[in-house]
Design a protein around this ligand. Structure first.
Ligand code: HEC
Length: 190
């Protein structure tokens, strides 16, 4: 009887251990990295908007962000990018098929009432190149973003002109506060 009880206990314990996702550490690291990037970008943007003008702040989104993400990639070995369904910079932010699905799912979740800045998804995928851990964290539109991602007729003359000059195929306008602007996407081959 006692032996049975022990076996049961052992079985419960073993299933609890086995039920742990094998990628828990990677999820935590990715979450931390995504939050760090989001925080740094927001700080730099707000600082630049306070100090100079939205036109100057365009350089933050353009030059500082790739620098921040590539530094983090170098430090952690994780491949970090920003992606969006309606990208401003297609060369850098075009999502692949998996990322597109997750972004669509984020939009559905927001439509059902979840908050756009609290969405994440992770998965181990098998791709032609091999197995990889993948993680995405949504980026929400907040008020300061509207200066450059809001409705075109509400953008300042200067911002509109600069965006047209640098991004003639810009799709990243007409957003509303609370929508999903895009996501931080993290990948690590396993
Ligand atoms: C001063 C103008 C400006 C403001 C304010 C701004 N952005 Fe951007 N954003 C840009 C530019 C320019 C790009 C394109 C950068 C590049 O060339 O990679 C961009 C690109 C992005 C991208 C990458 C995907 C894409 O479309 O290329 C995301 C995500 C993003 N912005 C989110 C935000 C969020 C969230 C905020 C508010 C916290 C914000 N932006 C505020 C100008 C701005």
């Amino acid at each position: 009887m006692l032996r049975m009880a022990w076996l049961c206990l052992l079985a419960v314990f073993a299933s609890a251990v086995l039920a742990q996702p094998p990628n828990k550490a990677l999820v935590e690291e990715s979450r931390e990295v995504a939050n760090r990037i989001a925080g740094q970008v927001r700080d730099e943007l707000v600082r630049e908007l306070d100090r100079t003008s939205p036109i100057r702040a365009i350089t933050v989104c353009k030059y500082s962000v790739p620098e921040i993400t590539s530094n983090i990639s170098r430090q952690t070995g994780l491949r970090v990018t920003r992606v969006a369904l309606r990208p401003r910079n297609r060369a850098l932010a075009e999502p692949d098929a998996w990322e597109q699905q997750v972004l669509l799912d984020f939009e559905k979740r927001v439509a059902k009432g979840e908050k756009a800045d609290a969405l994440e998804h992770h998965e181990i995928v098998t791709e032609p190149a091999g197995r990889a851990f993948r993680y995405m964290k949504s980026i929400a539109v907040s008020q300061p973003c509207m200066l450059c991602h809001g409705p075109v007729n509400q953008l300042s003359e200067g911002v509109r002109a600069q965006l047209l000059l640098e991004y003639p195929n810009d799709k990243a306008v007409e957003y509303q506060v609370g929508q999903v602007r895009g996501a931080i996407s993290i990948k690590k081959p396993l």
